[in-house]
Design a protein around this ligand. Sequence first.
Ligand code: AMP
Length: 113
Amino acid sequence: MSECIFCKIAAKEIPAQILYEDDVMMAFHDVAPQAPVHILMISKKHIISLDDCKKEDEELLGKMLNKVKEIAKSAGMENGYRLVINCGEDGMQTVQHLHFHLLGKRKMTWPPG
Ligand code: AMP
């Protein structure tokens, strides 16, 4: 866990452009944005992926999901946004710590790549 980059960001051991933080989550700008605004929302608790969430994490997941609209609005996404959770190998998850991608300020396409 100590080698986890998102744990290090949560612990402020490495810098990030933080937009929001509370006791259970943090939101910061992605270093390699895929949209004009690309925010990552992470749990402070080290959970590897959505697949690894347990019953005890339901409250945390609910809080994170319910916070999306507030962060989106504060980042200027009045016209909508896309929320993405990559999970596992086929989902192309590259950082093994639960996170939501919040993307906006451009028209998205469907299907995703
Ligand atoms: P995923 O591929 O879904 O696991 O997403 C991981 C995301 O983390 C990618 O979009 C990366 O650009 C982003 N990322 C990796 N390291 C950092 C970092 N130090 N600060 C901000 N974003 C990062």
